[in-house]
Design a protein around this ligand. Structure first.
Ligand code: KG4
Ligand code: ZN
Length: 343
């Protein structure tokens, strides 16, 4: 089965074609980073308009790359939520219209399920069951994954998501947008051990997270450093970025280790935008291998938003006979617990 996947939930237009037999045939992506940079964050209306601009040209490009024509497609999957409602509507209505014209089924896919299963696009791919650490701009959670649609949430963030904490902290340090990659790059120049940040909620049992306190800690640390006028301000920022990154990475590592101990499942998967963070990957790899387990993650471009993960999930569900009626399915909020398992 060949499935066209369309992702437009936030600030990336992602299109891909996944074949159940041959794997990923094509994927194309347009990032809106430059468009939103001057505003320091995503402007929803601009995001929607940009998706309209790029969706069809990227779709054409994907078909060319795959070397197939539109009539070869057996189904269309699109991100139906969670996300920015206007942005979602662009992908959803285009997908629905294309599916109708081609007389194939369409299916609205959960964006986080896409992230969660993105490591399945790689070879070797993880085997079920596994523990997934999903760390994106909007969500931070640990889930026990027994199969497609079988997700037991073990813990989640009570406030800011990990990516959100990176973005907000980068803003406080005036590092620009998008915060995660910029902060991570600066942290490489920072010295370890100059500042020590707390590892929130690691001193009590459980697998929930809380990252909002770290940005206040960053602000106080930075303001104190500025008041003390320690000289090289850029180095001070780099040292703070390093301490912040280490605190987030350490916290995530401690919770992942707990999840492995609690469930006895030794396969760990990292997914979502923060999964692109190299310090996080390295730290989790050491921890998992010490437990006798194995770590999996998607290539960097499939950590952040992309169409391939949507085409993959869509293909699994469409093959199991799931499809939407003649509706345009778009939900700003959509709890993962509502997802059905496939048989
Ligand atoms: O998964 P994603 O593309 O979008 C959502 O579904 O939210 O994740 C984007 C998030 C942003 O918060 C971004 O700052 C963060 O992932 N991010 C990173 C890195 N690359 C992206 N955070 C830390 N280190 C990185 N290298
Ligand atoms: Zn995402």
């Amino acid at each position: 089965m060949k499935v066209l996947g369309i992702e437009t939930s936030c600030d990336e237009t992602g299109i891909a074609i996944y074949d159940s037999e041959q794997g990923l045939l094509a994927h194309s992506l347009h990032s809106q980073v430059k468009l939103h940079a001057e505003y320091g964050g995503v402007v929803p209306e601009l995001a929607s308009r940009d998706h309209i601009r790029y969706l069809l040209p990227l779709t054409e490009k994907a078909f060319q790359q795959a070397g197939i024509c539109k009539q070869d497609i057996d189904g269309i999957a699109y991100t139906a939520g969670p996300g920015l409602i206007g942005a979602l509507m662009v992908g959803a209505s285009a997908a629905r219209a294309m599916a109708m014209a081609l007389d194939v089924p369409a299916l609205g896919v959960h964006h986080m399920e896409g992230h969660l299963l993105a490591p399945m696009l790689e070879s070797p791919s993880p085997q079920f069951p596994f523990i997934a650490l999903l760390v994106s701009g909007g969500h931070t959670l640990l889930a026990e994954v027994q199969g497609v649609g079988q997700y037991k949430i073990l813990g989640e963030s009570l406030d800011d998501a990990a990516g959100e904490a990176f973005d907000k902290t980068a803003k406080l340090l005036d590092l620009g947008y998008p915060g995660g990659p910029v902060l991570a790059k600066l942290a490489e120049q920072g010295y370890a051990g100059i500042y020590h940040f707390p590892r929130p909620m690691t001193d009590r049992p459980g697998l929930d997270f809380s990252f909002s306190g770290l940005k206040t800690f960053t602000l106080n640390t930075y303001q104190t450093a500025v008041a003390e006028d320690l000289g090289d301000q850029q180095q001070t920022k780099a040292n703070i970025a390093r301490a912040f990154e280490e605190a987030v990475v350490d916290t995530l590592r401690i919770k992942c280790q707990r999840a492995i101990k609690q469930t006895g499942i030794k396969t760990l998967v990292i997914a979502g935008g923060v999964g692109a963070n190299l310090r996080l990957r390295a730290s989790l790899k050491v921890m998992v291998e010490k437990q006798g387990g194995k770590l999996f993650y998607p290539r960097i471009e499939f950590c952040t938003d992309n169409g391939a993960m949507i085409a993959y999930v869509g293909c699994q569900r469409l093959m199991a006979g799931q499809y939407d009626p003649l509706i345009i399915h778009a939900r700003a909020r959509w709890p993962m617990e509502e997802l059905s398992q496939i048989s």
